[in-house]
Design a protein. Structure first.
Length: 327
């Protein structure tokens, strides 16, 4: 039987993560028992102490075990945390050496959504791929530059460490683990019970591009502003460099350092964000929107749109256009 430790961090912690994780694994056990088979999972809540206060005292959870107890676990699950990340990490710092110890003793480790900040604080993610809520991507990169953040991913799986994207995409990771440990048929059953799309593999359609301006390079901010106000027109790197009195090489180096995107990638993301908003709010066809945001090559537009959002323009419009969805 696989022992699963669901951690109960102090402070602003996702109760829905905790409950859903607990229920999904226990429902698999119930299905196995109905079939006359042995349950696969033993799920226990683990705290820093035997009583943990959450959400500014609004809720109290009494974990079955705490990290001072002597027990062996196979899978450690870190739920999402919220609020001031520095404070969250400080009040939960005692989990860090315990998680490291469990991993080196053979346990696998899972972070759900913003729980990735606790996982990354262990150093176990250094040099590895990881995802988290796309809203926290910039802050995560600043705090953990040695981690290969992939914010468009729904989940990652590398060397016994798993991470999930934002909010309820954590359910997709739990479903993935159910399939890995219990098989496809039980994963399909779980997807039907909990109404989760088992094939969903990207959080890109939900990402909102907000400009990446939390940096101190004022010259690059001018370049960003220019792109955002003139994205409908053809803008070249040489044009930007000349306007800002920089060499092309210096502009590209500083742009990448400040925004984590190349200037060309930034232009593409601004254009595609404008296209997304247009598809969501009006009845213009694909070509009209394409020309509106500054593309003239249909194939290039479709390729870049799908690369950034995970969906084709037609799929995105069908899924998110208000009139189509309501109709």
């Amino acid at each position: 039987m696989k022992h699963i430790s669901v951690l109960i961090p102090k402070g602003e912690t996702s109760l829905s993560n905790i409950e859903a994780t607990y229920k999904m694994f226990t429902k698999v056990n119930e299905a196995l028992e109905r079939a006359g088979k042995v349950p696969l999972f033993k799920v226990q809540l683990i705290g820093i102490s035997r009583e943990t206060t959450l959400s500014n005292g609004l809720f109290t959870i009494k974990p079955e075990l705490d990290i001072k107890d002597n027990f062996k676990t196979d899978l450690v699950i870190i739920p999402a945390v919220h609020g001031d990340i520095e404070k969250v990490l400080t009040v939960n710092r005692d989990f860090i050496p315990w998680i490291i110890k469990q991993y080196h003793a053979g346990a696998e480790v899972v972070s759900l959504c913003i729980g990735a900040f606790i996982l990354a604080s262990t150093g176990l993610l250094n040099g590895k791929s990881c995802t988290t809520h796309w809203l926290m991507a910039d802050e995560f990169r600043k705090m953990f530059p040695d981690v290969n953040l992939m914010p468009y991913k729904i989940l990652t799986d590398e060397d016994g460490i798993y991470t999930s994207g934002g909010a309820y995409s954590s359910l997709n990771l739990i479903l993935y683990l159910v399939e890995k440990f219990a098989g496809r048929s039980l994963a399909l059953l779980s997807s039907k019970i909990f109404e989760i799309d088992i094939e969903r593999n990207s959080q890109s359609p939900f990402m909102i591009f907000n400009g990446q301006k939390e940096h101190e390079d004022e010259t690059i901010k001018k370049a960003q502003d220019f792109i955002e106000h003139n994205f409908q027109h053809k803008i070249t790197i040489d044009q930007l460099a000349s306007m800002l009195a920089l060499s092309r090489r210096n502009l590209e180096r500083r742009f990448k350092k400040a925004t984590s995107n190349t200037a060309v990638e930034y232009m593409q993301r601004v254009k595609i964000e404008a296209a997304k908003k247009s598809f969501e709010s009006n009845s213009k066809n694909i070509n009209e929107v394409m020309y509106e945001v500054g593309y003239s090559d249909t194939k290039a537009f479709r390729t870049i749109f799908k690369k950034i959002t995970g969906l084709s323009p037609v799929e995105y419009r069908s899924k998110y256009n208000r009139e189509i969805v309501v109709g």
